[in-house]
Design a protein around this ligand. Structure first.
Ligand code: CO
Length: 232
C-alpha cells in the first residue's frame, strides 16, 4: 500500500513553500550553507527543524538513540567532520530530551538486544554519576541522567579529532548542550557552551552542579587535547 497521504502532504507543502517564497527550492538546490549542526535523539517527538523554527537548509542533522557520541562511531564522526570542515557550521548542538527511552533503558538495565551495547554508553554516564543519581527518586533520576548524558556527550564532541583540529586552526565553532521537554516543547540550555577545551573545563563543573552533582576538584575529568601530551 503506497503511503498516498504522505506523498500528497509533500506535494501540498512544496507548492505552499514555492507560493510563499518563490525560488526557495531552486536557491537551495545550488548549495546548503547551514550555520548549525544538530546531534539529537532519534525520538520522533524531537524534530530538530520544527522545534527550533529552522527551514530546510539551515541545520545539518545527526540523530541516533539517546544522542550518544562515541569516539569509534564513524557515522557520527563523519557527519561531524563534514559539518565542521566542509560546511563550516558555527555551532554544534547536542540536544537530548526528557523522558528519553534510551536513557530510561539504561536506568532499568533493560535487555533489548543489540541496542544494549549502545545503551551501555549511557550506563557509563549513569555509573560515573551514580553517587548522586542513587539518592534521587525515579522521575528526578531520569531527568538528571537525560541532562548529564547531554553534558558528557558534549565532552565527547570536544574530544573528537574533528573539534580539536578545528579549534587548533582557529576556526570558530561553538558547542552547546541542550535538553528538550517533550511535555512542554521547551528547550533548556545546560550551560556547557564552549569554543575550546579550556572553556569547557570552566563550564563543566557548573553545568553538572546545576544537575545536583558537586564533584570535588580532584574528581573532575581532565580534558586533554589529542594533539599534545598533557602538561607535566
Ligand atoms: Co530519546
Amino acid at each position: 500500500m503506497p503511503l498516498r497521504h504522505l506523498l500528497q502532504h509533500n506535494r501540498d507543502w512544496a507548492s505552499q513553500v514555492e507560493r510563499e517564497r518563490p525560488g526557495f527550492f531552486t536557491r537551495l538546490s545550488h548549495q546548503q550553507a547551514p550555520r548549525y549542526m544538530w546531534i539529537g535523539c532519534s525520538d520522533s517527538r524531537v524534530p530538530a527543524n520544527q522545534i527550533t523554527g529552522l527551514d530546510p537548509g539551515e541545520v545539518f542533522v545527526h540523530r541516533n538513540v539517546a544522542n550518544v557520541v562515541v569516539h569509534s562511531d564513524l557515522n557520527a564522526l563523519s557527519t561531524l567532520q563534514y559539518a565542521v570542515d566542509m560546511l563550516r557550521v558555527q555551532h554544534v548542538i547536542v540536544c537530548g530530551h526528557y523522558g528519553c527511552g534510551g536513557v530510561q533503558a539504561a536506568l532499568d538495565n533493560a535487555r533489548i538486544g543489540l541496542a544494549d551495547n549502545w545503551i551501555r554508553h549511557i550506563q557509563d554516564v549513569r555509573d560515573k554519576h551514580w553517587p548522586h543519581l542513587s539518592k534521587l527518586g525515579t522521575d528526578a533520576r531520569l531527568d538528571r541522567l537525560c541532562e548529564l548524558n547531554v553534558i558528557e556527550q558534549v565532552l565527547h564532541v570536544a574530544h573528537s579529532t574533528v573539534m580539536q583540529d578545528a579549534w587548533r586552526r582557529g576556526q570558530a565553532v561553538m558547542l552547546h548542550g541542550w535538553v528538550y521537554g517533550v511535555h512542554d516543547g521547551l528547550i533548556k540550555d545546560l550551560g556547557v557552551s564552549c569554543q575550546s577545551l579550556a572553556e569547557l573545563m570552566q563550564a563543566y563543573p557548573a553545568a553538572i552542579a546545576a544537575c545536583g552533582v558537586a564533584l570535588p576538584a580532584s574528581q573532575l575529568p581532565v580534558l586533554s587535547s589529542n594533539l599534545a601530551p598533557p602538561a607535566p
